[in-house]
Design a protein around this ligand. Structure first.
Ligand SMILES: Cc1cc2nc3c(=O)[nH]c(=O)nc-3n(C[C@H](O)[C@H](O)[C@H](O)COP(=O)(O)O)c2cc1C
Length: 168
């Protein structure tokens, strides 16, 4: 797909079905993400493909983060929230591990670089024919959720990218 066509036809996939991207395609997506422009070559992005125990920990913490802003949530609603995220064929979390050991590149520029990585990944996935939904929500700002993917409380999650096959 030509680049302009990919940009112009990109849209969010409201519903995703199995399968998610193959590991070969995930590798290509991560490489596309890591080609983002990056002031100072800090490579501040962190690209985490959720699998097995990390996915379990992430979805559990994400559901709890939602309950923290909606304290009335019942145990069933909490379980449904986890189940909803569990249905996503593939989730890639794109974080920004802010490098504060230097003073030249401000935090916002590092976050923007991570955002550019997220957009590269989105467009690349679209180009390969996958459906994509870029989400954040309460989970993205929660320290326990960040910890589940190896980020510190003052790092950032810029995208919780859901990937799969577009479903009508
Ligand atoms: C940083 C960021 C965070 C977002 N978080 C959410 C979200 O948590 N929930 C949601 O429904 N849409 C979220 N969106 C918006 C959708 O991903 C989508 O871009 C938007 O609905 C517009 O639809 P389109 O992508 O088809 O143009 C977010 C977008 C961005 C860029």
């Amino acid at each position: 797909m030509e680049l302009f066509a990919a940009i112009q036809t990109r849209s969010s996939a409201a519903r995703l079905a199995q399968p998610g991207p193959s590991w070969e395609d995930i590798d290509r997506l991560l490489q596309a993400a890591a080609r983002a422009p990056d002031h100072g070559r800090l490579k501040p992005w962190r690209l985490v493909v959720l699998k097995d125990s990390v996915r379990e920990a992430f979805t559990a913490a994400a559901a709890e983060a939602k309950r923290a802003i909606l304290p009335g949530m019942t145990a069933e609603q909490l379980a449904a929230e986890r189940e909803k995220m569990g249905r996503s064929p593939t989730i890639v979390v794109i974080g920004c591990a802010v490098n504060r050991d230097q003073t030249k590149i401000p935090e916002i520029e590092q976050v923007v670089a991570a955002g550019a990585a997220a957009q590269n990944l989105f467009l690349a996935a679209h180009d390969l024919g996958y459906g994509v939904m870029w989400k954040t929500g309460a989970a993205a700002y929660d320290p326990a959720v960040k910890a589940s993917v190896g980020l510190r409380p003052d790092d950032h999650i810029v995208a919780i990218m859901h990937l799969g096959t577009r479903s009508k």
